[in-house]
Ligand binder design. Structure first.
Ligand SMILES: Nc1ncnc2c1ncn2[C@@H]1O[C@H](COP(=O)(O)OP(=O)(O)OP(=O)(O)O)[C@@H](O)[C@H]1O
Length: 547
């Protein structure tokens, strides 16, 4: 295989070769390779007499997280080295599924005797690979995404107790190396107790960070989001890009991000590698946040779900099967099915208009600016233009931030006002739909696609569709039918089962008034005050690093 043939091979279509070189493989100087870089791919061809196909590897730059040039400490060796890090989707051993698996390409560049010249050549390649791979990401993901600045600085909050208690091991085994390969500078913060992360982000100098990344379950992100919204500068703070790396047992947001990337479902460490890869791409989208009013607690902000009845009970009761990881929900579902019960209450909602258009989403939002240099010009938050009577209600219920040390104390309660909600003790506005039934098996409001790694509850949800996907199951459903629904939910096929007891509505706000004296309500998997509540979606209020 000679140089001319290698070049001809790849000079096809628009994928023209922009760099070509012949290097040896690091670690085996006998193996020579012809390496070509095109706009889309890095093509490595071993220069042997064997048939071409077997010796050629084509690596898509979309799968590349980073590339670097370096010299080794050996002064006698004039060579420089080029290492490129890829995480392509590969078929799993003995399975039909695919998952991202690490593939490193490492070359020795020693064409010249001058070590500096070799290093310059390696650096030219590394720059070209990085630039093209960043361009590929941006092209793939379109206009509504923005990119973090490079190099990026992230605060990585790790909850060592999350899931099976292996978060730090998972960080050491996968994430540390991947972030280094991608040139992401990160500071590791190990959370020590409940609310530690919340307090930290409430006080943090956010200008130091391009993103806050949470390695835990969904509970830690819930704390971080609410901490950001308690700040006097919440309008700016809530637009800090947030990333998630799954090490809990539910990992619903991580599974949702993976789902949005279009890849087939993966679980546990494979999900972690996928989310790590997506984090390294540094693409930021808007994320809906839902403001939730409880009867006497301060207002909360939720990014994932609101549940009452069967789902909330399973979430909480299955805590004791935590050692089983993601399987805890399956075990919990089976246990609760055996003692299936009816939950009484009133449910009402404001339907989302059919043509809830992109323009409406963008109405109050300008271009995304995600790096810290651009922070002062970050886009305005979604601000509601109506200021009706509900605001006085909110001002009573919102957690006040006067106790937070700050240069300028906030005049208004933290977080945006709610424009669609009347006080809980007032009748509903006339355009709301009141559900006729008062006997339910479950109520589940979702604003991301996944309820857990293996529960695709709202398959067509997107991070910023401005919609609460409301599901409820009426009383009267048999155990078998309910089990079938949950089994179908693994593939997101529950709506296609045509179950007469399952209702799905896309809504912008809802009110729930449970009438049973005791019960469980969860917000993002965390137990909250039981009693009447209402919720309103704030389209695109937050920022999420997603794929
Ligand atoms: N070092 C710590 N020790 C105990 N609790 C902690 C610590 N750090 C954080 N926490 C708390 O643990 C709670 C649970 O965290 P999180 O939901 O992220 O993980 P998880 O419960 O393991 O995940 P999942 O809900 O998916 O099972 C959070 O409310 C957080 O405040």
């Amino acid at each position: 295989m000679d140089q001319r043939r290698a070049e001809q091979d790849h000079n096809t279509g628009t994928n023209t070769v922009s760099l070509y070189g012949e290097f040896t493989v690091t670690g085996n100087r006998k193996v020579r390779c012809a390496v070509s870089l095109t706009e889309r791919d890095l093509i490595v061809q071993r220069l042997t007499s064997a048939p071409v196909g077997r010796n050629k590897v084509v690596l898509s730059l979309k799968d590349c997280v980073g590339c670097r040039a370096y010299r080794e400490d050996d002064n006698a060796d004039p060579a420089a080295y080029l290492a490129a890090y890829f995480y392509p989707l590969k078929r799993r051993w003995l399975s039909s599924g695919v998952s991202r698996q690490r593939a490193e390409q490492c070359f020795r560049i020693a064409a010249l005797q001058d070590p500096r010249a070799n290093l310059e050549e390696a650096e030219k390649w590394a720059r070209a690979v990085r630039e093209r791979s960043a361009r590929q990401q941006y092209l793939r993901d379109g206009a509504l995404m923005s990119e973090l600045s490079r190099p990026s600085r992230m605060m990585l909050l790790v909850n060592p107790q999350s899931g099976k208690g292996q978060a730090l091991t998972l960080y050491n085994n996968h994430i540390q190396r991947m972030l280094n390969e991608a040139g992401v500078t990160h500071t590791l913060v190990i959370t020590e107790r409940q609310n530690h992360a919340r307090e930290l982000v409430k006080e943090a100098d956010l200008s130091q960070w391009d993103a806050l990344v949470i390695m835990s379950g969904d509970g830690l992100l819930f704390e971080v989001i609410n901490g950001l919204l308690e700040r006097p500068d919440w309008e700016e703070a809530v637009r800090t890009p947030l990333g998630i790396l799954p090490s809990g047992s539910g990992n619903a947001l991580a599974a949702s991000i993976h789902h949005y990337s279009g890849a087939s479902a993966v679980y546990s460490e494979e999900l972690l590698v996928s989310c790590g890869f997506l984090l390294c791409q540094r693409l930021v989208a808007r994320m809906d946040l839902v403001s939730i009013h409880l009867s006497s607690s301060p207002r909360l902000f939720s990014f994932l779900s609101l549940a009452w009845g069967f789902v909330a009970d399973v979430d909480i009761e299955s805590e004791k099967y935590r050692y089983a990881g993601a399987a805890r929900f399956t075990v919990g579902t089976l246990v609760r099915l055996a003692s299936l019960r009816v939950y009484k209450g009133k449910l009402a909602y404001l339907p989302a208009p059919e043509d809830y258009s992109e323009e409406e989403a963008l109405g109050n939002n300008m271009t995304l600016h995600c790096n810290n240099q651009a922070r002062p010009s970050r886009d305005s938050p979604c601000q509601n233009t109506f200021h009706n009577s509900c605001n006085s209600n909110n001002s009573l219920k919102v957690r006040r931030t006067e106790s937070t040390p700050s240069r300028s104390a906030p005049k208004a309660p933290a977080g945006p006002p709610d424009s669609l909600l009347l006080p809980l003790d007032q009748p509903l506005p006339s355009d709301w739909v009141v559900v006729q039934e008062e006997d339910f098996v479950l109520m589940l409001a979702m604003y991301q696609s996944n309820l857990a790694e293996d529960l695709l509850a709202a398959p067509d949800a997107t991070p910023d569709d401005g919609v609460i996907h409301l599901f409820y199951v009426r009383a009267g459903i048999s155990r078998t039918a309910l089990l079938k629904l949950f089994l179908a939910m693994e593939k997101g096929a529950h709506l296609a089962t045509n179950c007469q007891h399952l209702v799905h509505a896309k809504v912008r706000a809802l009110r729930l008034e449970p009438s049973s004296p005791k019960g469980v309500i969860t917000v993002d998997g965390e137990v909250v005050e039981y009693g009447p509540l209402q919720a309103e979606v704030h389209r695109g209020l937050g920022r999420l690093i997603t794929g």
